[in-house]
Structure formats: C-alpha cells, structure tokens
Write a protein that binds this ligand. Structure first.
Ligand code: BV8
Length: 225
C-alpha cells in the first residue's frame, strides 16, 4: 500500500497568525536564536527563554487550525495506507484539526521537561524558572522543545518512514534546519515522489520533483482535494 510522509514547518501555521522564523518579520529577526533556542542560552537566561515560549504558547492557544491543517486531516482520514506528519512546529494545530499521526520532531509548547532528571509533563500556560520539577523538585524546568545542538525526537521512526515513502511533501518550511532539510533527499533516494508546497522556493527546492507555489491555505486543499 502506498505510504505518505508529510513534513511541515512554520509556514503552515503562518495563516493561523503564528510567526514564522525567517520571513521578513520572523521570530529570528526579533529574538537572537542563540539566546532563546539553545541550551546555552537557557542556562544563561532561563527567564528570557521562558518569556519567549510563554508568549508563543499563548499565541498558539489563541490560534485556530487553518484550511491547510484541515486539508491534511481530510487526507489522513481518507488515506488507506501508512501516513505520517512530521512537524517541526511546536504548536498543536495539526492535532486540533483532527490529525492523529503527528510526530513533533522539535518538541511541543504544551510539554515541559526537567533539565535535571528528564521528567516530562504537560506544560502549564505560563512557566517560570523557579517552577519545581514534579519528579525531582529541582528548579530546572524548561519547555520540552528541541534546541539547536540537541537531538530531534523520533529520528529512527522518521528515517524508517522516509525509506518506505512513495510520496513525500514538505509544506511551509525554509529547508534551512537539519536534519529536516535533508528529508527530501532521504525520501527521493528511496524512490518517493517529492513535492514542495511553499510561497517561495526553499533552500532545498532542487531536492524536489514538483514545486507548488502559493499560500498553504490555498495550495494544500487544492493539492489534497
Ligand atoms: C541536530 C526550537 C544532531 C523549537 C528549532 C552547529 C552546531 C550545532 C548544530 C548545528 C550546527 N550547524 C548545523 C547544525 C545542525 C542544526 C542546524 O540545522 N542549524 C542550522 C541553523 C544550520 N540543527 C540542529 O541543531 C538540530 N539537531 O542537528 O542534532 C543530529 C545530526 C544529524 C541527525 C540527527 C541529529 C536541532 C534543530 C532544531 C532547532 N530548534 N526550534 C521552536 O522554538 O520552535 S529550529 C526552528 O526552525 C523551528 O523549530 C522551526 O521548526 C525550524 C525550521 O524553520 P521553518 O519551520 O522552516 O520556518 P522558517 O521560518 O525558517 O520558514 C518558513 C517557511 O514557510 C518559509 O519557507 C516561507 O517561505 C514559508 N511560508 C511562509 N508563509 C507561508 C509559507 N508557506 C506556505 N504558506 C504560507 N502562508
């Protein structure tokens, strides 16, 4: 049975009002990536990092899935074979649109992690550096997201799915962050047909067989339906 793997990035949530990272007014133009998305930045200034993620958690909670998220949920429901969404996004808009097979390779805003004992639990709406870990009591709680230099979640499952994929689509990602940026190459080597859906060519557009250009809320439903 034909299998589908879909990679999503910040661009699929852009029309839900959530900021992207590298577009003109992107998050990385307002925050120093090294200060808020690295373990070293967290160690230097945990309050700044919690402020950054508290704001994004509030924005994500106030946002709604858009027509692109909903189209992928229709595709998953209708697809008889293996189907996996690998998202770099830390929002829960895929799940709130009704998708079930969602793998958050860069973690989730709604997850909390203890930097000392690795315990995980649902994140409160607002996190503070002094919050005690419910397991070990240490004041070392952090958002359960994957920062630069950290190992993404689910890599073995992702690489296995890419080896089996007949169709790989990347939606709303700039192709600048690895290992996700190499997934089209991985899938293409295994024989998958690779489609990129974006408002503009990504940094790895040459890795794709097909490029669909436009806003996700228009081109993803057109591609799915
Ligand atoms: C790893 C945290 C080892 C959560 C993020 C030196 C030292 C250490 C590491 C490295 C190094 N050099 C390179 C690396 C690897 C590094 C890396 O890739 N760095 C880059 C900068 C060169 N990667 C890592 O460190 C990763 N870990 O490598 O571990 C390893 C090695 C091999 C195999 C396995 C493991 C960990 C990376 C995770 C970093 N964490 N965020 C959070 O805060 O969200 S990264 C951050 O960028 C986000 O997570 C985001 O998901 C990710 C990718 O960004 P995009 O989603 O693509 O968003 P972007 O804004 O860039 O693009 C938006 C796109 O949407 C654009 O193309 C735009 O055109 C499009 N768009 C906009 N609007 C729309 C649209 N499309 C459609 N419709 C629209 N309306």
């Amino acid at each position: 049975m034909k299998s589908i793997v879909i990679l999503t990035g910040a661009g699929i949530s852009a029309e839900s009002g959530l900021g992207t990272f590298r577009d003109r007014d992107g998050l990385w133009t307002r925050y120093d990536l090294a200060e808020v998305a690295t373990p070293e930045g967290f160690a230097r200034n945990p309050a700044l990092v919690h402020d950054f993620y508290n704001a994004r958690r509030a924005n994500a909670a106030a946002a709604a899935p858009n027509a692109a998220h909903q189209a992928l949920a229709r595709l998953e429901a209708a697809w008889p074979g293996p189907f996996l969404i690998v998202t770099q996004n830390v929002d829960d808009l895929h799940e709130r649109a009704g998708c079930r097979a969602v793998l958050h390779m860069h973690g989730q805003l709604n997850g909390a992690l203890c930097a000392r004992c690795d315990a995980r639990w649902p994140a409160p709406a607002v996190m503070h550096p002094a919050d005690p870990c419910p397991a070990c009591g240490a004041a070392s709680t952090r958002p359960d997201v994957v920062w630069f230099g950290e190992y993404p979640y689910g890599m073995e499952r992702i690489w296995s799915a890419l080896r089996e994929a007949d169709l790989f689509a990347a939606i709303g990602t700039s192709g600048t962050v690895y290992p996700a940026a190499a997934f089209a190459q991985d899938a293409g080597r295994a024989g998958a047909h690779c489609v990129e859906l974006n408002t503009e060519p990504s940094a790895v557009a040459d890795d794709f067989d097909e490029i669909l250009t436009g806003p996700a809320t228009r081109i993803v439903p057109a591609w799915v339906d």
